[in-house]
Design a protein around this ligand. Structure first.
Ligand code: NOJ
Length: 551
């Protein structure tokens, strides 16, 4: 394999807290419930911030907590400047931000600019107004095709299944790339642009440190809304940089929006950041979102989806570093979030399994022990890489996907919209366990839990793992401490003797080796292991184990 020297950025590498931060994703519905209604809330989060400070993360990112009918678990926002009563009040948000800051952690909030909820005042006004009215111009309304306009305006599909258009009473259709309850905004309309600049100001003034930007690759559509007969998923390995883009994703116009936002953020003190949720490939294409005058970071989903083999991991790490180095941005790394099967389960499926969209009880089940072993190795590998890393709540406990949720409790719109062919994302969103012997495993003061927790949650509870040597929680906590002590996030990756079975690199004073092969392998002579994802085998590194050592 080649030696990779990432020391050749154009325009100089970015600096700032975020370039090496470990950012922990909180999914408010499922983190901690203070009032016992079975749904997590902001006071619950604030009460548990000590856990995150102990764990050693630099920042939290909160999935949406705004007023919302919860048609897509809060990614359907009805009011961008308030808090959903289920989750608390604006005063609770202020307290959460202040408490996190007092503990030395930053707070990133979710911004959902591609679509509003159908309950948003703008959409209600649009439905009440006539075709062609200014109210309708805030969204993407069109006449249908066919003699009486009964066919949708084009062939686009909703990401959750079914057509991306819904017809309203007067015969027009509106576009929704997601659920029918999530109408897409019209970003060609200056009023929409002005509104979101104002929403950004609202939260910046309340002290947030940044925004995770939902569907950042979707805001601008190709002007002619042309048909697209090919698959709409643009995250598929090997896509060439110049290949035509699907007309609903990754259009050139999105970049102007982020330049405007960057200018606004740069006017604030304290290094506020923008993070792109953009399912875009290849890495060079994604890197365009983090050019010096645009966003700060973009989620690296290509890394999340890479197969658990040494060559695949080598390739994605190399490509990711090269692409972001070329624009002077930090690379990011992520293995789990609220949209994908948790990596402790994903990695327990046979290598090369296509991305599962949820797992049900009658699907092939992951090998739980193998999945956890690989997940621990993957995490230790990820946390040794230079750049910024994202963790998803519960992964520090080694939580698996809930793969036996009864179908009748599923809430992800994917399940209905796909005609019950795709289970969807509920299995990674189950409320997390804090105390093995408490009601709802300490999620809240009662047994209530908006999705049922499986009985095996007890063994993953935080109180069963804290101070227990070898537990997944202690693995994470030690890794975060050593990562900080050794400056791994701002280090430089030096490939050593990586091959088909082993990934081996240096970063600062540490060496890092992951064994993907079938036989145990030795560490270099004379080195001292510092941290490992599993027990060593008489000084050898067993299969699916990562070791950090002092060179
Ligand atoms: C991405 C979010 O992460 C996901 O949960 C949501 O369903 C879609 N965007 C639509 O907002």
């Amino acid at each position: 394999m080649n030696t990779h020297d990432p020391q050749e950025p154009s325009g100089g590498p970015a600096t700032g807290w975020w370039t090496e931060a470990v950012i922990y994703q909180i999914y408010p519905r499922s983190f901690a419930d203070s009032d016992g209604d079975g749904i997590g809330d902001l006071p619950g989060i604030t009460a548990r911030l000590g856990h995150l400070a102990d764990l050693g993360v630099d920042a939290v990112w909160l999935s949406p907590f705004y007023p919302s009918p919860q048609a897509d678990a809060g990614y359907d926002v009805a009011d961008y400047r308030d808090v959903e009563p289920l989750f608390g009040t604006l005063a609770d948000a202020d307290r959460l931000i202040a408490d996190a800051h007092a503990r030395g952690m930053r707070v990133i909030v979710d911004l959902v600019p591609n679509h509003t909820s159908s309950a948003h005042a703008w959409f209600r006004a649009a439905l009440a107004a006539a075709p062609g009215s200014p109210e309708r111009q805030r969204y993407v309304f069109r006449d249908g095709l066919g003699p009486d306009g009964a066919q949708p305006p084009n062939d686009w599909q909703s990401t959750f299944g079914g057509p991306a258009w819904t017809r309203v009473d007067d015969g027009q259709w509106y576009l929704h790339l997601f659920d029918t309850a999530q109408p897409d905004l019209n970003w060609d309309n200056p009023e929409v642009r002005a509104e979101f600049l104002d929403v950004l100001r609202f939260w910046l003034d309340r002290g947030v440190d940044g925004f995770r930007v939902d569907v950042a690759h979707g805001l601008v559509k190709q002007a002619d809304l042309a048909n697209w007969q090919e698959p709409q998923e643009i995250l598929s390995s090997g896509q060439e940089v110049d290949k035509p883009r699907p007309p609903m994703w990754d259009q050139e116009g999105v970049h102007d929006i982020y330049r405007d936002w960057r200018r606004l953020l740069d006017g604030y003190d304290g290094e506020r950041i923008l993070v792109a949720e953009a399912w875009v490939e290849p890495a060079e294409r994604l890197a365009r979102y983090v050019r010096p005058d645009e966003m700060h970071q973009a989620f690296n989903f290509e890394y999340l989806l890479a197969a658990w083999t040494a060559p695949a991991q080598y390739a994605v790490i190399t490509r990711s570093l090269e692409a972001t180095d070329a624009v002077g941005a930090p690379t990011t790394w992520v293995l789990s979030n609220h949209d994908v099967v948790r990596h402790a389960s994903r990695l327990g499926l046979p290598v090369g399994t296509p991305r599962p969209n949820g797992i049900g009880v009658d699907d092939p089940q992951p090998d739980a022990a193998l999945g956890l072993r690989r997940a621990r190795a993957a995490t230790l590998l990820m946390l040794a890489l230079p750049g910024s890393a994202y963790l998803y709540q519960g992964e520090e406990l080694g939580l698996p996907e809930h793969t036996s949720l009864p179908d009748e409790v599923r809430q992800d719109p994917t399940w209905e919209r796909s005609g019950h062919t795709e289970r969807g994302r509920d299995g990674c969103r189950v409320p997390i366990p804090w105390e093995a012997d408490a009601p709802s495993y300490g999620f809240g003061p009662t047994d209530a839990s908006w999705l049922p927790q499986p009985p095996l949650w007890a063994e993953y509870a935080l109180d069963r793992q804290r101070d227990v040597p070898g537990s997944t929680y202690e693995l994470y906590r030690t890794a975060l401490r050593l990562r900080r002590e050794h400056g791994l996030g701002r280090g430089t990756l030096r490939w050593l003797a990586s091959g088909d079975e082993v990934l081996h690199f240096g970063n600062g004073p540490l060496g890092v080796l992951t064994n993907f092969g079938t036989a145990s392998v030795p560490l270099p002579d004379g080195v001292e292991p510092l941290h490992a994802s599993g027990p060593l085998d008489g000084g050898l590194v067993p299969t699916d184990v990562t070791v950090w050592y002092r060179a």
